[in-house]
Design a protein. Sequence first.
Length: 290
Amino acid sequence: MFRTAFATVLVLLGCLLAGPAVAAFILVGEVTDQDSYLEAVTPLADDPAVRTAVADQLSAAFNDKVPEAARQLVDASITNFVESDQFQPAWVKLNTEVHPQLLALLRDEGGRLAVEGDAVVLDLGVVAADVKARFAADGVPLADRIPDIDSKVQVLSGSAVRQAVPAFDLLEKLSVALPIAAIILIALGLTLSARRGQTLIVTGIGLVVVMLLVVLFEWLARSQVTAKSPSPELAGPFYDALTSKVSIVLWVVCGIGGVFVIIGAMLARRASTASSQPAADYRDRGSYRR
């Protein structure tokens, strides 16, 4: 009995660690690896909200640099640009330059991507250069004489990022240790248990509950990030892009927990049948003797 109770404690501790372990391992890999980051955010170039936000910021910046008579043509050219196939390569180029700055910000190392006022901003200078090339193609008057612009998109509130810095630091440090610890605890508990079927059921239920709690936390965190953002139409898609793999893995582990429950129930039933069989045989032998 003590052996099974100790094994149950081990698997429950492993299940408790499994939730943050999944989040830490996947999220840190998604944010710190540039290829994974670009793979996640590149589809945002097709998001209408992202295109609209970028177009609005570019229009506001360029309209201060061109004559009023040319503003309508400039706005039309910018809209054509963000809705064309040219926008995605420009968006990838922008995020390629932004990624190391984002890491520096999350690691509290400073960088060009900075907290300005109460917002984290993305510098659209790279996109603006491509737009000026589009101006020339669309026949905007004196396009080659339009000076460089300082165009930025507000994405996240400064307070939200400042709160995320210590959490990201902890996740990055534990992104490898947590998954290893969770797997070892669960495996050790299942190995030591004298009633493996029951322990497997506890493991499955524990995984399902913890994964659902992390999914709930992820949803609540998204609502907080977007609520505090000056541009929720941008913050939401960015959050979803960077956490989509976390969500998928959480649901996969949740499904694995369900499978554990089914297998555990089968093993427990088989063990119960095996233990009741000798008693039945003994009663049958007693009846025969009488």
